[in-house]
Design a protein around this ligand. Structure first.
Ligand code: THU
Length: 133
């Protein structure tokens, strides 16, 4: 599984986005160390706070299946009919990623044609984790 293929899987997952309120469609693909991929999309709700982001859908699917060791996360998103240069994960998703992934965890942002790799540390410096409790 290379980075481009993971981005393509995120793009494919985006097709399932349920976003009738924001019309902002996001897909994510999470690669486990064992080589399995869990995908997710954003799922909105009329009670807006019940919405869940694509990244958390993918992570929660994986963790609920017993997975804990992750290699990389790809994210593709943007307004309906467009793809953003970078659809960056929201703060809540960054915090959830930090719960399960190391500081050097790879996060791919962009499109399958043009993307960039970031570390979790770059996206969530000085994060609050179990070490702070
Ligand atoms: N959203 C995601 O799924 N992931 C992100 O990285 C940013 C935002 C969703 C949440 C909501 O359904 C819509 O995009 C607009 O915020």
């Amino acid at each position: 599984m290379n980075d481009k293929t993971l981005m393509e899987q995120a793009q494919k997952a985006r097709e399932k986005s349920y976003s009738p309120y924001s019309h902002f469609r996001v897909g994510a693909a999470l690669l486990t160390k064992s080589g399995k991929v869990y995908t997710g999309c954003n799922i909105e709700n009329a009670a807006f706070s019940a919405t869940v982001c694509a990244e958390r859908t993918a992570i929660f699917k994986a963790v609920s299946e017993g997975e804990r060791d992750f290699e990389a996360l790809a994210i593709v998103g943007g307004k309906e009919g467009e793809t953003a240069d970078f659809c960056t994960p929201c703060g809540v998703c960054r915090q959830v990623i930090a719960e399960f992934c190391p500081r050097d965890f790879k996060i791919l942002l962009g499109t399958p044609e043009k993307f960039k790799a970031f570390t979790l540390d770059a996206l969530l410096p000085l994060s609050f984790t179990e070490k702070d409790l």
